[in-house]
Design a protein around this ligand. Structure first.
Ligand code: 5GP
Ligand code: ZN
Length: 136
């Protein structure tokens, strides 16, 4: 299903022009308008799924395959030193557009970006408690 009020549905289906890196039957990969680095791209499904919890498993698998293909192309053509795949779900996690997407972020030595986190220092008991909750 497409949502005509969703900007990424409109872009993915070609109703709004975009800088398309590659496209297949189910996905369009476009350049991000606010890139972290040169070549930062977004993998957009042509159907509307809000986030990781809404996208069906077969679409999620195909999204990763498409991301892998686009990442290899971008890394090679732009001579990147590394590459991050980022996928945000929910506003707390930084999602601003509520149409599932994967970020492909090529990395260059000295690019000044920091797509890392501050490591915590939980006790063994705290780690065990978390694991118990997940497995209960
Ligand atoms: P999120 O924060 O939801 O994970 O990522 C949304 C991304 O979409 C941001 O990196 C933002 O720069 C990008 N973006 C938002 N609107 C547009 C648009 O209209 N066109 C393109 N190409 N990128 C967009
Ligand atoms: Zn959408």
């Amino acid at each position: 299903m497409k949502d005509n009020n969703c900007i990424f549905c409109l872009i993915a289906n070609g109703n709004i022009p975009s800088r398309t890196v590659m496209e297949n039957e189910k996905f369009r990969v476009i350049l991000d308008l606010g890139p972290a680095t040169a070549g930062h791209a977004l993998v957009l499904p042509k159907e509307h799924f809000g986030d990781l919890f809404e996208i069906p498993a077969d679409w999620a698998a195909d999204a990763m395959k498409t991301a892998q293909e686009a990442a290899a192309l971008i890394k090679e053509k732009l001579q990147a030193d590394g590459l991050n795949i980022v996928q945000n779900n929910g506003e707390t996690a930084g999602q601003t557009v509520h149409h599932f997407h994967m970020h492909i972020i090529p990395r260059y030595k000295g690019d000044g970006q920091n797509i890392l986190w501050k490591p915590g220092k939980p006790s063994d008991a705290e780690l065990d408690g978390v694991l118990e909750k997940i497995k209960a």
